[in-house]
Design a protein around this ligand. Structure first.
Ligand code: FAD
Length: 248
């Protein structure tokens, strides 16, 4: 539970805002995604863990997805396959989306250095134009990262190293460092064709400024569901209704 935010400008001037109530919560994605997967399976979804989609075909109201060995077909295809969506790519959707990039490390250090971060997040603005750097506490480690426009990609590593060395976090070690792409849809960019739709990151629904996207992924899924039901029940001819609801 986070109830304080420390804001720095170019890693120097700072202030800390305290809130009477927690204003955000931290989670580990493995746990959160595992929880969602369990809920989906108990609601009747079939899970095919490890199945990589290599190719899709959408034609005459039938969608097919192809893996290495197997292929499946269905009346509707929902692309929930993230920022590098093969569904978006194959359907030619969101090709003009605004692109961003993030570099994030899981940082481990001694308890005495972790403790002060227990209920606070830190955000730095100004070091990277149009982006920011962050420290998020994750219990036994810190998530520390930098995100901004794609053009900053080559500088991300140096920016992250500089930020890490400016923080007082003792002799830390980086367990994992991941590079991520993010795409932002601009209003009016289609993210459906016929019987195929995109949701979440694949649809470019993200707050480009903060990179926050879990809420939007869940909301677009909730918005797509009634449109898909309407389509499967034969009440509408395509999934346009979904796009209209999201835009609204
Ligand atoms: C560094 C970083 C920090 C972030 N921090 C936050 C945060 O603090 N709060 C927040 O709200 N959001 C955060 N986000 C954004 C958040 O991660 C995304 O908005 C969210 O994960 C989108 O969910 P999704 O299900 O649409 O896509 P994803 O979570 O990207 O899931 C896509 C899934 O599709 C699978 N997939 C992809 N391609 C294929 C294929 N060919 N075949 C089969 N499966 C495939 C992937 O394995 C993955 O499981 C952060 C993002 C980044 C990059």
């Amino acid at each position: 539970m986070i109830s304080r935010a420390r804001i720095t400008y170019k890693q120097r001037e700072s202030f800390t805002k305290c809130f009477p109530q927690p204003f955000t919560y931290m989670t580990m994605r493995e746990k959160f995604d595992g929880f969602l997967t369990e809920r989906a399976v108990s609601a009747g979804a079939s899970l095919m863990d490890g199945f990589k989609v290599n190719r899709i075909d959408v034609d005459n109201g039938v969608s097919q997805v192809f893996g290495e060995k197997d292929a499946f077909d269905g009346k509707v295809l929902v692309g929930a396959d993230g920022a590098n969506s093969i569904v978006a790519h194959r359907l030619g959707l969101l090709q003009e989306a605004e692109m961003g990039v993030g570099l994030e490390s899981e940082v481990y250090t001694e308890d005495e250095y972790l403790q002060p971060w227990a209920s606070i997040v830190s955000l730095d603005f100004g070091t990277i134009r149009g982006g920011y750097m962050w420290v998020f506490p994750k219990g036994d480690h810190l998530s520390i990262g930098v995100a901004g426009f794609m053009k900053f990609g080559p500088r991300m590593r140096d920016l992250l190293d500089g930020y890490l060395s400016s923080l007082q976090i003792g002799d830390f070690r980086l367990q994992v460092t991941r590079r991520h792409r993010l795409a932002r849809r601009r209003l009016g960019m289609p993210f459906h064709i016929g019987n195929a739709v995109l949701i979440g990151y694949a649809a470019g629904t993200v707050d480009f400024w903060t990179g926050e996207g879990i809420y939007y992924a869940l909301r677009t899924a909730q918005m797509a569901a009634p449109a898909v039901c309407n389509y499967l029940e034969g009440n509408v001819r395509d999934l346009r209704q979904y796009e209209e609801v999201v835009d609204r």
